[in-house]
Write a protein that binds this ligand. Structure first.
Ligand SMILES: NC(=O)c1ccc[n+]([C@@H]2O[C@H](COP(=O)([O-])OP(=O)(O)OC[C@H]3O[C@@H](n4cnc5c(N)ncnc54)[C@H](O)[C@@H]3O)[C@@H](O)[C@H]2O)c1
Ligand SMILES: O=c1ccn([C@@H]2O[C@H](COP(=O)(O)OP(=O)(O)O[C@H]3O[C@H](CO)[C@@H](O)[C@H](O)[C@H]3O)[C@@H](O)[C@H]2O)c(=O)[nH]1
Length: 480
């Protein structure tokens, strides 16, 4: 029986391995982590991450051919294929701080693999890593290997949160990069055989190691670039009376462009886009390509601009101050159908409003009070380290309350900011909400999910990203 071990039981390691176990009953899969609470949660009824469809997959395989354990060394030693899916945060100190990937966790995993292994292994990069990481990892593995042979493969993951199970069941492509040697080809084939249990052959792409590593960074950069492009257009739409939804529909009808990923928003969030673009920028700089680095940097600059612009719209609409005003924040996760708040635009928007002394009442159906308080007090990039290494939040932000209901959050509020596109926000009783708010009552829709005309009819002053402006907002300063 082939044995797989995955180091890192996070958003990628957990769902990916659960699906491999489900689709390959003949393979034994162990997911290991240094975080005891995380592994305990994977072994309980309350999984550590919220992902539609995940519970059912885990329940079907756990205890049969899917195991979650903190006994990292034992499972690595026994495995034929070791996936490494640990954190690769942005460096906060030293060379490349604020841009380069911090490979501390990857390196320690590689050293441990070399130390405990007693048989040949295929080591698979599942984490997103800088191009050429495999070379460094190979050096660590072969230096300490006592004659054991390791083949390193790059197999980046393309799942998106909220649709992870769907994406894993039916991936656009599976990418496997390996050394172009007989041993390398054999290792690539072994991993191909795993995916071939459920992925069509023409969707399994094989490349050299460096192409696979770089393709992951390139894919995220392209995706984020589309969002920054449409968000840049949204500012121009507001200035000219065009409607960004109509513009992106018209643009996306061109089959060369395509309709997906063209929704204007308060900005993109999530653990990957910003981190991976910063990483790409750093790699370009290190390779003497400052113009290319500058090009990609702009995607992040526009994203920051969009978040600032949103805060400025809120403040300027409300008589240029939100001091001591209650603002309801609907949605804190970085997108719907996840409880993940990593790099969520809500953090920057909330911090911006708190900077102007607003009182915030936050509701998100999946995010806990503790998480929100941690996010609002944590330093940039601290979130991307294993849980037990993250600082506990010693202080709470007093002007922030978290509630478990949108009606409670909006009661007596002066304004509402919609920051996540949860389906339930579309069906709220806005008449009831309006009646319980201070007047004039404002809605700032950062996800373009409300029916603007209906809300204006009720009496709200509405701002919706990239849409023709409410008369109230027309003479207000719009620049960030
Ligand atoms: N989240 C996504 O949607 C996504 C998608 C594709 C790729 N990625 C990439 O995958 C990687 C993992 O992302 P994630 O979101 O799953 O992160 P995560 O923080 O959810 O999980 C990483 C896990 O690795 C564990 N870990 C760290 N060092 C360890 C070690 N030495 N031994 C054992 N366990 C260790 C941590 O405790 C943590 O539980 C990152 O490189 C990320 O960029 C993420
Ligand atoms: O038209 C759009 C599409 C997305 N977003 C925002 O962009 C962010 C990222 O969304 P999404 O890409 O759906 O989620 P992620 O889970 O971050 O997935 C991305 O990052 C992963 C980690 O690398 C990759 O594996 C995925 O392919 C890639 O889509 C979220 O804040 C979305 O709200 C928009 O604002 N407009």
């Amino acid at each position: 029986m082939v044995k797989i071990c995955c180091i890192g039981a996070g958003y990628v390691g957990g769902p990916t391995m659960a699906v491999i176990a489900l689709k390959c009953p003949s393979i034994e899969v162990a997911v290991v982590d240094i975080s005891v609470p995380r592994i305990n949660a994977w072994n309980s009824d309350q999984l550590p991450i919220y992902e539609p469809g995940l519970d059912a997959v885990v329940k079907q395989c756990r205890g049969k051919n899917l195991f979650f354990s903190t006994d990292v060394e034992k499972h690595v030693r026994e495995a034929d294929i070791v996936f490494v899916s640990v954190n690769t945060p942005t460096k906060t100190r030293g060379l490349g701080a604020g841009k380069a990937a911090d490979l501390t966790y990857w390196e320690s995993a590689a050293r441990m693999i070399a130390d405990v292994s007693k048989s040949d292994k295929i080591v698979v990069e599942k984490s997103t890593v800088p191009v050429k990481t495999a070379e460094a990892i190979e050096k660590i593995l072969t230096h300490n290997s006592k004659g054991i042979k390791f083949q390193i493969l790059s197999n980046p993951e393309f799942l998106a949160e909220g649709t992870a199970i769907q994406d894993l069941f039916n991936p656009d492509r599976v990418l496997i990069g390996g050394r172009e040697t007989p041993e390398g080809n054999k290792a690539v084939q072994a991993l191909k055989d795993v995916y071939a249990h459920w992925v069509l052959e023409d969707r399994i792409l094989t490349t050299n190691l460096w192409s696979a590593e770089l393709s992951k960074l390139a894919a995220n950069a392209f995706l984020a670039q589309r969002i920054s492009s449409v968000n840049a257009m949204s500012a121009l739409c507001e200035a000219t009376g065009a409607d960004v939804t109509q513009v992106s529909y018209a643009v996306g009808k061109d089959t060369r462009i395509g309709p997906k990923f063209l929704n204007a928003s308060v900005g993109f969030g999530g653990s990957c886009f910003q981190k991976d673009i910063l990483n790409l920028v750093y790699i370009c700089e290190c390779n003497g390509l400052p113009e290319v680095a500058e090009y990609w940097k702009q995607v992040i600059k526009i994203n920051d601009y969009q978040k600032n612009r949103f805060v400025n719209r809120v403040v300027s609409s409300m008589f240029n101050t939100v001091s001591n005003k209650k603002i309801a924040i609907l949605g804190f996760a970085f997108k719907k159908d996840t409880g993940d708040t990593r790099e969520t635009p809500a953090i920057d928007v909330c911090k911006g409003l708190l900077g102007d002394k607003a009182r915030l009442s936050i509701f998100d159906p999946q995010v806990t009070v503790d998480q929100i308080q941690r996010d609002l007090t944590m330093k940039k990039f601290d979130w991307d380290h294993p849980l037990h290494l993250q600082p506990m939040s010693p202080t709470t932000v007093k002007q922030v309350t978290c509630v478990w209901d949108a009606y409670e959050a909006t009661k007596d509020a002066h304004g509402i900011c919609i920051l996540t596109e949860w389906d339930e926000f579309k069906n709220l009783d806005f008449k009831r909400i309006y009646d319980n708010m201070q007047k004039p009552a404002f809605v700032f829709d950062g996800r373009n999910i409300v029916n603007v005309d209906q809300l204006r009819e009720i009496g709200f002053i509405v701002y919706s990203i990239g849409k023709p402006l409410d008369a109230w907002l027309k003479d207000m300063p719009a620049v960030a």
